[in-house]
Design a protein around this ligand. Structure first.
Ligand code: SF4
Length: 310
């Protein structure tokens, strides 16, 4: 392993996330998430459907990683997260993609579902920074991860965009196969806050550092939403930036599910918004209910990933 970056050696016995598989990914072993030695990417392109503070007018240079350490029944990106669709890239190839996205006019680089690849991403970001990448880097995660692996991203990631999906342990287990989700995710989000303590924006309103916590309102689970929002207000502070998402989409294993198998009702989202305001969480982003449309999910067709080397 001579010459290998220190963080890549963590893959020899992978305990990057709470699953703590202990597999040797450098030798091709696969753990719970299925991620290997190289980063697997399904799409790298300008994306316009995040919060205005992320997408701006020109779009975010968004890299969608395959394999996830959650298994959400309603995942819009299930071909990647469950199915592992994508192409394997070395850190140097990933750095090249970051630079291409920057050259295409992106406001920032957004990493979607990065937790299984933190060591490789850290190496790629250092390579890209050395070659002139000067955009903010946004880390978009389901938050089932550990402070020690997040610390590998110190000074490399500028904006953390974590989901806080569940306060309810039963929902976390039955909808995402994630035991201990709330304790894990809240510890991870506290670590992110420590890594990016100041919320800062450009004059045009693009977030260049800080924390923006997301929560997707699920149909029929308003109490879960209330508990999540209360935790944010009480523990992170009422000035915290929060994105309350209405884009729940009836896809994949949610179709026909006895509880998840329907769309979010306007009254449910309005009640969630009322809780947000009642708690004094005024730095909020909200969505129109017509965001619940799978057309907001891009095509996972290797756009921007192939061909490399041109
Ligand atoms: S990143 Fe993947 S292989 Fe590593 S501990 Fe988590 S689930 Fe297991």
């Amino acid at each position: 392993m001579t010459g290998m970056s220190d963080e890549l050696t963590l893959l020899a016995s992978c305990r990057l996330c709470p699953r703590a598989c202990g597999v040797n990914r450098l030798r091709g072993e696969k753990g719970w998430c299925g991620a290997g030695r190289l980063t697997r990417v399904a799409r790298a392109a300008l994306h316009h459907w995040e919060e205005p503070a992320i997408s701006g007018t020109r779009g975010s240079g968004t890299v969608f990683f395959a394999h996830c350490n959650l298994r959400c029944l309603y995942c819009q990106n299930h071909e990647l997260s469950w199915g592992g669709f994508g192409v394997d890239l070395s850190p140097a190839e990933l750095a090249e993609i970051f630079l291409r996205l920057a050259a295409s006019g992106a406001h920032n680089i957004t990493l979607v579902t990065p937790p299984p690849y933190i060591p490789q991403i850290a190496v790629a970001l250092r390579l890209a920074r050395a070659r002139g990448l000067d955009l903010p880097v946004v880390y978009n995660t389901g938050s089932y991860e550990l402070p020690f692996s997040l610390a590998l991203l110190r000074d490399l990631v500028d904006v953390f965009l974590p989901d806080l999906k569940y306060a309810d342990a039963h929902l976390a287990q039955s909808y995402s196969q994630a035991p201990g989700y709330f304790a894990t995710a809240t510890a991870a989000i506290r670590a992110m806050r420590e890594l990016a303590p100041a919320d800062r924006f450009t004059e045009e309103g693009i977030m260049v550092s800080g924390l923006l916590v997301r929560h997707l309102v699920l149909p029929g689970h308003l109490e879960n939403t209330r508990r999540v929002l209360r935790w944010i207000a009480a523990e992170l502070g009422r000035e915290t930036y929060v994105s309350l998402m209405a884009q729940y989409t009836l896809v994949f294993r949610a179709v026909g599910h006895p509880l998840l198998g329907r769309r979010l009702r306007p009254a449910e989202y309005e009640a969630a918004l009322a809780e947000l305001f009642a708690l004094g969480l005024e730095n909020g982003f909200c969505q129109d209910l017509d965001a619940a449309n799978s057309s907001f999910t891009p095509a996972f067709d290797l756009t921007g990933v192939l061909p490399l080397g041109e």
